[in-house]
Write a protein of this length. Sequence first.
Length: 434
Amino acid sequence: MNIIEIIAKKRDNKELTEEEIAYFVQEYTKGNITDYQASALLMAIYINGMNEREIKDLTIAMAYSGEIMDLSSIGDTIVDKHSTGGIGDKVTMILMPIMATLGIPIVKMSGRGLGITGGTIDKMESIQGYRTELTREEIIENVKEIGICLTGQTENLAPADKKIYALRDAIACTDNIALIASSIMSKKIASGADKIVLEVTVGKGAFMKDKEEAIELCNIMKQIGKLTGKETVCVITNMNSPLGNSVGNTLEIIETIDALKGKISQDVLEVVQEVGAYMMKLSGRGNNITENKGKIKRIIENGTAYEKFRQLVQKQGGDLQCINNPHKLGKAKYVVPIFAEIDGIVESIDAEVIGSVSVYIGAGRTKKEDKIDHNVGIVINKKIGDYVEVGETLAYIHANDEKKVNGAVENVRRAYKLTSKKVTIPKTILGIIE
Ligand code: URA
């Protein structure tokens, strides 16, 4: 088989066979296909798409490009969660300790930032010492001991996805149904999950720009789940505006700590409750979604999930002082307020603009080898529905590069749309596909 012929076939919008897809995945993983050839094929897939059969074959090939984890020794149903990505999405870091507190074993392997969206692993690495490269043995040991582990993909877990994910990020091929579905579901299959809840984001700060596209993505991921015997539920969430009050790695850790201590913004709480309630249901710990949401709220209020988060950080080598006193986490040199220039009610905050600014000031990557700056980002001071007077602070830029501050300030101000009319707060949860 020949990679040039495979690229040409997809370039000409032809269907690839199972063997051709498997060949590409195996040989790229081994290093026998170059990054530029893989880029060309991914771009052809991006432009011409894949049919359902091709997406399933790509997913399976990627899942089996490395080890398939056996979590049976944990002795319980493993329910996993994954988000298709967003701006300010810190749901995993808040929800996983809550689920572990409820006795649901959590084996969570997360990713790094992709495009303008943030990644949980980049965020957790803002905590000094926190290890995100655990071995399979450590993962199982941690889950048996404290009920939770939050790490990156193990070295040999879906290695094809690791390479393809980083490449997509650098060649503008992130927002594609075939590539997202295969990336997410290959990892879930390989990571040994029995059941899966997917947070599928829609809007300006998400890869899926409208609900119809999101439903298509949900349906294909559910089908792959069915094919591999993993019950999958999708929660469709609104990502037109950033989620919560901060965007940026350290800043989102600070917000996570606040949230677990009870100071949680309404939109974050809604996503945490919805995704968590379905995780509880799939794990056999309650069929009543409303009751499950109530339990989640109580676990936040009584502080036990915060304790679980501390336990997790300690177990993975993180400096607990950073959690006890978040001011010990890293800080940006410049914290610059952005003032409103007119009176009005906040009608929208463009998540795509906020995400792009956060990458511009260094919170995300523009090339796969880029080092991110953990301490920069944006703090949202006024949310949708808030009344603002001229001179009040809409948001703060946390930056380390003085030269980038002015551009960032202008763009964040542009992201805010103010109106004199009454504003209806948009829904956070847009749908459930069970
Ligand atoms: N998360 C992933 O793991 N992969 C994607 O492609 C998008 C979000």
